[in-house]
Design a protein around this ligand. Structure first.
Ligand code: ADP
Ligand code: MG
Length: 768
């Protein structure tokens, strides 16, 4: 069955080589009870470990079932130990943190038996050694003799062909020893049992054969055997491996015995996670808040098509002739000389100019009307606004100086209701109706009253006073009179006649709208707003008015008589309504999604056009939220970097704690290896341990962070109005953080677990 051929083994102790085995040749039968006798230090244990595959010989050969082991690799030895050999040690070598049953099952889990088979077999052998009633106890709840019975049960559980026992009764009183010996004798009935002892009497009483060792040499053999006649058997060993689940279970049991330490470790490990989680929760909340703002309130911010669209890059260009030069950060150098530099503030060459064409206007007409409340075109046309104070007494309402903003209003009630409350009357319905817009306290700038010639000494005016204002505008052909001599046009002055002739356009305020509390102030300026139809009607008439046609023919202003440059003339023609190209277009989307769709359509329009013909729009809302979002993300990255330091520190700490655990569990490592566990299986046990700690740390961290968001949100609520439930830990972030925690602790545990895997089994077993 087993043959040792001239086997030697020596240990290096400092400079000195200690010979433990000095050319041992021995053969064992398939079934016999061999006792190895010899004084302490004679090499008995070394021989046993060699034969059991726990240790390697230096030279010679060990032949198992006729097969040389010279070319065995680690896996072969692991499989041999697991399937063919059972070990019984003097110090029992049981794993103290699992039950008796689990101890006995351990070797079988490595050979891949099913759970049911394992338990059934373990119960069977435990019953065989008389421990039926103790299977769920922990080993340290048993007496020495009982523990050795557990070890015996474990050794034979996998039904090995060979059982090795190293002084099995060395720590047991003589009466119990006899029972243990009887058990081993029973086992030897159909197995090869090799037992090391220094007790001559015991050896002779129970063993079939006694081999004596001295100084690493066989000096006596009571029943020598030569296996020459033995057939060359074939050794078939199934490879062993531990399922990760089993490793997890083993680690979990171990961690359970030191709950407090595990919890403290996991808690320490969780601190970094808490930090990162809180930052993520806050950033997430802030970004959501901004998104909400963009989606709700800001979504109604119109898409703006301006003549000169905002172009941040172009704004940073250099202007004018040589002199102090600017770059992104301001002036590159400040001049030292006592000189002044003339420069011309021109529009940058890079400034894009939107040339709104008829084609573009028709394209806007094709947009799905469900996507927007309104599309408002603004024109440069100047409509006269006059107030009829009494019969034949008209007053030109000064529209300059911010007194009265005489502008078209958005007519969509649905849209207006987002930022304005119509507090009296109604919205304008047609070209004759006006809307008055006041601020949140129903106030209007003094200059408004100034422009209308109303005293502002008066504390307040009733709405009715304002509704009663008789405002008029007049079409150019009615308003202007041509002086036949000079060819110049002047306002008629006799407005009463126009009104009496029914040619004036009466304008009446029909409602008052007030900025709502959460409106974005300045969105629509305060003052008098007219219905867009009015402008349309006016431009229609103005286009072909005498004054417009006359101006179109002349390079001299038909009003002032001054010479006009080409550019000035374009401006004047726009003011006169001859040129009805809008200067600005505002598109009011119904909601955020609609805005996205409109943006896509506008982009698609530009797509085939050369750069200078493209119409560039400005999405102020997106500009604002993008900038804010960038800022939040920037700050978050910095904060995450800070909290990551604690994450790193805790990972290192977990690595150290795992290393301590490896040291503490060295014996267990030896036991696992003696049962046939591969190096990989041992590292798995520790990797499983760090995985559990990392997972726990992740859960604790995420849990605490989640709980902390509540007081944090309360604090934020008390500090900032209108923001509640700001910090929100997203599910995805929570999951990711747990995974990161597992990953980091796993990585931190790799080195300790590798150290564990590389421990020499024999030395590991020797550790107390
Ligand atoms: P026994 O079991 O018969 O008491 P051992 O086989 O344990 O003897 O040891 C045989 C000899 O080898 C002893 O001299 C012992 O000191 C030495 N020895 C055993 N293991 C080691 C080791 N790991 N390192 C150094 N010397 C060792
Ligand atoms: Mg020994």
């Amino acid at each position: 069955m087993l043959t040792l051929k001239n086997v030697t083994k020596s240990y290096q102790v400092g400079d000195f080589m200690q010979n433990a085995l000095n050319g041992v040749s021995l053969s064992f039968r398939k079934q016999e009870f061999v006792a190895i006798l010899g004084p302490s230090g004679s090499g008995k244990t070394t021989l046993l470990n060699m034969v059991g595959g726990l240790d390697r010989y230096d030279s010679g050969d060990l032949i198992i079932e006729g097969k040389s082991t010279l070319h065995f690799d680690d896996n072969d030895w692991d499989a041999y130990r697991n399937h063919a050999v059972g070990f019984i040690f003097q110090s029992y070598n049981l794993i103290t943190h699992t039950s008796v049953l689990a101890n006995v099952e351990l070797g079988m889990t490595l050979s891949g038996l099913s759970h049911e088979d394992r338990t059934a077999r373990a119960l069977e052998v435990l019953e065989g050694v008389g421990l039926k009633d103790h299977v769920y106890k922990k080993p340290n709840q048993l007496s020495g003799g009982q523990m050795q019975r557990v070890a015996i049960a474990r050794a034979i559980a996998n039904n090995p062909d060979i059982v090795m026992a190293d002084e099995p009764t060395g720590a047991i009183d003589s009466e119990t020893s006899a029972q243990i010996m009887a058990l081993i004798q029973e086992i030897a009935k159909n197995k090869l049992v090799i037992m090391v002892t220094h007790d001559e009497a015991l050896a002779h009483k129970y063993a079939d054969r006694v081999v004596k060792l001295k100084d690493g040499e066989v000096i006596e053999d009571s029943n020598p055997y030569s296996d020459a006649q033995e057939v060359q058997g074939s050794l078939l060993l199934k490879k062993t491996s531990m399922a990760f689940k089993q490793a997890l279970k083993l680690s979990f049991n171990n961690l359970r015995t030191k709950k407090f330490r595990t919890l403290i470790t996991a808690f320490a490990g969780s601190i970094g996670i808490i930090g990162v989680a809180m930052v993520l929760a806050l950033a997430n909340g802030l970004n959501n808040e901004i998104d909400d703002l963009e989606r709700s309130t800001l979504a109604q911010f119109p898409l703006q098509i301006d003549p000169f669209p905002i172009d941040i890059e172009a704004a940073q260009g250099n202007f004018g002739p040589p002199g102090p030069q600017m770059d992104d950060g301001g002036f590159v150098e400040f001049p030292e000389a006592r000189e002044v530099y003339p420069f011309e503030a021109t529009v940058s060459e890079n400034q894009h100019i939107n040339v709104i064409t008829q084609d573009y206007l028709s394209f806007l007409d094709t947009l799905d009307p469900d996507l927007y409340f309104e599309i408002n075109a603004e024109y440069d046309v100047r409509m006269p606004l006059l107030l009829r104070e009494a019969e034949s007494q008209f007053r030109g309402v000064d529209q300059g100086g911010g007194g009265v903003d005489f502008e078209p209003t958005v007519t969509s009630e649905e849209f207006l209701s987002q930022s304005y409350d119509v507090i009296d009357g109604r919205l304008p319905d047609n070209a004759n109706e006006l809307l008055l817009v006041v601020d949140q306290a129903n106030r209007l700038n003094i200059r408004f009253f100034e422009a209308l010639g109303l005293s502002f000494e008066v504390e307040s005016y009733s709405f009715d006073t304002l509704y009663d204002l008789e405002l008029y505008t007049f079409l150019p052909n009615d308003y202007y009179l041509e002086n036949a001599d000079t060819g110049r046009f002047i306002p008629s002055g006799d407005y009463e006649s126009i009104v009496q002739a029914g040619d004036g356009i009466p304008l009446r305020i029909v409602g008052v709208a007030r900025e709502s509390a959460d409106s974005l102030a300045g969105f629509i300026d305060q003052g008098i707003k007219y219905h867009p139809d009015l402008e349309e009607l006016y431009i229609d008439a103005a286009k072909t008015s005498d004054i417009a046609l006359a101006q179109a023919e002349s390079s001299i202003s038909v009003i002032t008589g001054r010479e006009l440059s080409e550019q000035q003339k374009v401006g004047v023609l726009r003011q006169l309504g001859y040129d009805d190209t809008p200067t600005q277009i505002l598109i009011y989307p119904v909601d955020f999604n609609a805005k996205t769709e409109i943006r896509n359509a506008l982009d698609a329009y530009n797509e085939p056009l050369p750069d200078d013909e493209q119409i560039i729009y400005t999405d102020l809302a997106a500009l604002v939220t993008d900038l804010t979002g960038d800022l939040i993300n920037g700050v978050s990255y910095v904060l995450i970097a800070f909290s990551s330091i604690s994450l790193l520190v805790s990972s290192i700490m977990i690595g150290i704690i795992t290393y301590v655990s490896v040291l503490e569990r060295t014996k267990e490592i030896g036991i696992l290896r003696s049962l046939g566990a591969r190096k990989k299986d041992v590292s798995r046990v520790f990797n499983a341990e760090t995985t559990i700690i990392g997972f726990t740390a992740g859960l604790i961290g995420v849990g605490i962070a989640f709980i902390l968001t509540f007081p944090l949100n309360l604090l934020i609520e008390s500090l900032v109005d209108g923001i509640d439930g700001l910090a929100q830990l997203s599910f995805l972030a929570a999951i990711s953080l747990v995974l990161i925690s597992v990953f980091l602790t796993f990585v931190a545990g790799l080195i300790p677990s590798r150290i564990a895997a590389n421990k020499h089994p024999v030395e590991a077993l020797r550790v107390e």
